[in-house]
Design a protein around this ligand. Structure first.
Ligand code: F6P
Length: 358
């Protein structure tokens, strides 16, 4: 067997561990593995393909990022091609990807990515490329798996940052507002906020009322806590308001950011408290994966090879309880894994007195 593998979308801690899991498991079967660089770019320009032997991946389990490089643009179904007159047009070059895949005699593609990359993988499956998907995102917003790798590491990073902010908040009697990632879902904000003893957590699933956030801060003062920690997911929005966008790309994808600053400004002007805000940003995507993420990634990689051997094409590797399953890719991309409002962590947060601003 000759296996191709790519990583698409934002990087996440654990990607290299998945790559290692695939390569070592495939080599046990005597199969060859090739890395397609920068998402699908390596199947458009085939010079961007590298042989992945066990020696190449020997010591990469603990490395952040992806040795294959990744791309959050470059969907072959909507590829941006520059015309001779300088204008840029969206073109479908997916047939070129399929013909290169076939010409190189690949038997299967392991596509590691988030919602967007899995959607592209599903389209290629329909065009005849045998695909196994592996879910990746620090946001943990992919359905059909209980968790994605990268999430645990991101939560640890965010929790550690919140812990550090407590010292300044307490010493200066300040409100510290920290914006974490999570464009559509509040998993990182919720898990790190509860673990990091936040007073307020704002998530996309629960539109907030800024006056209720301020009331929580005033109540804390009444009981002698003159500081507060507010954790805000980048995709959080006020009741009746909208998400905060930094940039809208030509392909319609938006970059989020700035809600933390807005919340901090409102808190300062309404409560008169000294307030600071910070954005954790890509710090959450970097660094070595936690033990949990390494193990999950290695398991996902090894399982993808087993699924190829079993002919389970069109499926995605998923974790349910402690077991790894093959689920249809289309099930995973059909809907977003949002935080259930009756989930135990939300109930726990409310029991601890944490405000969601509602
Ligand atoms: O999807 C993961 C994510 O980390 C989002 O939370 C965030 O909005 C986005 O990636 C940032 O992407 P980029 O690296 O393209 O700015």
């Amino acid at each position: 067997m000759k296996i191709a593998m790519n990583t698409g979308g934002g990087d996440a801690p654990g990607l290299n561990a998945v790559i290692r899991g695939v390569v070592l498991a495939a080599s046990q079967k005597g199969w060859e593995v090739f890395g397609i660089k920068y998402g699908y770019q390596g199947l458009i320009d085939t010079k961007q393909i590298i042989r992945l032997t066990p020696e190449v991946v020997w010591d990469i389990t603990n490395l952040g990022g992806t040795i294959l490089g990744t791309a959050s643009k470059g969907d072959p179904f909507k590829y941006l091609v520059r015309n001779s007159d300088g204008t840029v047009a969206e073109t479908d070059i997916s047939d070129k990807v399929v013909s290169n895949f076939k010409a190189l005699n690949f038997d299967a593609l392991i596509a590691i990515g988030g919602d967007g990359s899995l959607r592209i993988a599903s389209e290629f499956m329909k065009k005849g490329i045998p695909i196994i998907g592996i879910p990746k995102t620090i946001d943990n917003d992919i359905s059909a798996t209980s968790v994605t790798f990268g999430f645990n590491t991101a939560v640890n990073t965010a929790t550690e940052a919140i812990d550090r902010l407590h010292t300044t908040a307490k010493s200066h009697d300040r409100v510290m507002v920290v914006e974490v990632m999570g464009r559509n879902t509040g998993w990182i904000a919720l898990h790190s906020g509860v673990s990091g003893s936040a007073d307020v957590i704002l998530i996309p699933e629960i539109p907030f009322d800024i006056e209720k956030v301020c009331n929580k801060i005033r109540q804390l003062e009444l009981i002698g806590q003159n500081y507060a920690i507010v954790v805000v997911a980048e995709g959080a929005k006020p009741v009746g308001g909208d998400i905060t966008i930094i940039e809208k790309r030509s392909d319609g994808v938006v970059r989020l950011g700035g809600i933390g600053k807005k919340v901090a400004e409102e808190i300062a002007s309404r409560t008169g408290k000294e307030t600071r805000d910070m954005v954790l940003g890509h710090l959450q995507r970097g660094g070595a994966p936690t033990t949990f993420d390494r193990l999950l990634s290695l398991r996902f990689g090894a399982a993808a090879v087993r699924f190829i051997a079993e002919g389970k094409f069109g499926t995605m590797v998923a974790l349910h309880s402690s077991k790894i399953h093959a689920v249809p890719i289309d099930e995973a991309i059909g809907k977003m894994n949002t935080v259930p409002l009756d989930s135990d962590i939300i109930l726990t947060a409310r029991s601890l007195g944490i405000s969601f601003g509602n």
